[in-house]
Design a protein around this ligand. Structure first.
Ligand code: PLP
Length: 377
């Protein structure tokens, strides 16, 4: 198999799976229990929090575990609007956020909030100036992702935070860093970001676990789930110790070498770009600079057909975001591509385990697809 869809999810290494298994079978106590087995589970939760917090450069007591990136995004938006309820009901986000941000915004718009969607340029980028131009007295929240999951564009989150402060804005800044964490620099506290969501399954951890950083600028964040008071009273529910152990194990593996991994993936991406664009009619889409995501289009060849054809040969790539499941991607639409290019957009996303052989196999399969099928458009 040639797995080239790491932006959808990542394989879990045996070391990470072992950490999960150990937590489930040995440290299986309830972290709230008073006897030693409970204390061991409590320590596991605390150590996991410290490990993930350290990789983000934040204080552990400001990091809250969630069930996924989607939950972190939803909670961040809700908490920010609650905190800033006296500021106003205006939200700024981008037209190319993940649906985990766009859907809550759509729902809020139906409840009377006003949402400004910033449009990217043809390369897929947005600027800090666009955020500044859209800021108003009543802007309560700005939500901008760190790395776009389809184009790989890095958004200037640090600059946005700085500009908002300089402009004296009272709006809180949320960043969906699900695709950026451990792939590009990502230090929310140093940048002055108020809320940041991440997800374990994009960095070699298990599915079903993520985290939300909440800065001290939200001293009493609105709880997400009420109940037994876990997660410092903000997200009740018995802690998923297996997933937490897996999350921490993945971070322990990836954090010390993330820059080396990023450099390696950037080199693979450059090789892929050079190799694949030699195919007649194949173009790159946007100008994403994240090391692990390359967006291309086999112009005129519907991407769904390409993905199915290659999938049957054991080559896993994606037609835009895996979350769209066949629907036209809002990110592709926002780029304003011509019809033939838009129809053929494919996302190749790398992990540290990939090699040039994976790219060579992809090249051969794309070439064969192009030769054997007729362009539909
Ligand atoms: N945000 C971005 C940018 C993503 O790419 C994804 C998943 O693809 C999510 C949020 C959702 O994360 P999760 O799958 O952990 O809910």
């Amino acid at each position: 198999m040639h797995y080239l869809d790491h932006a959808a999810t990542t394989p879990v290494s045996s070391a990470v799976a072992q950490a999960v298994a150990q937590a489930l079978t040995e440290s299986f106590g309830n972290p709230s229990s008073q006897y030693p087995l409970g204390m061991a589970a409590r320590n596991l939760v605390q150590e996991s929090r410290e490990t993930v917090a350290q990789a983000l450069g934040v204080a552990p007591e400001r990091l809250f575990f969630t069930s996924c990136g989607t939950e972190g995004d939803n909670w961040a938006i809700r908490a920010a609007l609650h905190q800033n309820r006296h500021v106003g009901r205006h939200i700024i986000t981008t037209a190319v956020e993940h649906s985990a941000v766009l859907e809550p915004c759509r729902s809020l718009a139906a409840q009377g909030y006003e949402v400004t969607y910033l449009k990217p340029d043809k390369t897929g980028h947005i600027t800090a100036q666009q955020v500044l131009d859209a800021l108003r007295e009543d802007t309560a929240l700005v939500s901008v992702m760190l790395v776009n999951n389809e184009t790989g564009c890095i958004f200037p989150v640090e600059e946005i935070a700085r500009s908002m402060k300089a402009a004296g804005s009272r709006a809180l800044l949320h960043c969906d860093a699900v695709q950026g964490f451990l792939k590009v620099p990502c230090t929310p506290a140093a940048w002055g970001v108020d809320l940041m969501s991440i997800s374990a399954h994009k960095i070699g951890g298990p599915k079903g676990i993520g985290a939300l950083y909440i800065a001290p600028t939200l001293p009493h964040p609105q709880p997400l789930i009420l109940g037994g008071g876990q997660e410092m009273g903000l997200r009740s529910g018995t802690e998923p110790t297996g997933q937490l152990a897996g999350f921490a194990a993945a971070v322990k593996l990836r954090f010390p070498r993330w820059q080396a991994d990023a450099a390696y993936m950037a080199e693979l991406k450059a090789y892929a770009r050079q190799r694949l664009t030699a195919i007649d009619g194949l173009v790159t889409v946007g100008a994403g600079e994240a090391p692990h995501i390359l967006s291309i289009s086999l112009r005129g060849y519907p991407s769904g057909n390409v993905v199915t054809d290659l999938g049957s040969q054991g080559i896993c790539i994606s037609a835009g975001s895996a979350c769209h499941r066949g629907k036209a991607s809002h990110v592709v639409s926002a780029l304003g591509l011509d019809k033939r290019t838009a129809a053929g957009v494919l996302r190749i996303s790398f992990g540290p385990e990939n090699t040039r052989e994976d790219i060579d196999a992809l090249y051969e399969a794309l070439l064969a697809h192009r030769q054997q099928r007729f362009a539909m458009l």
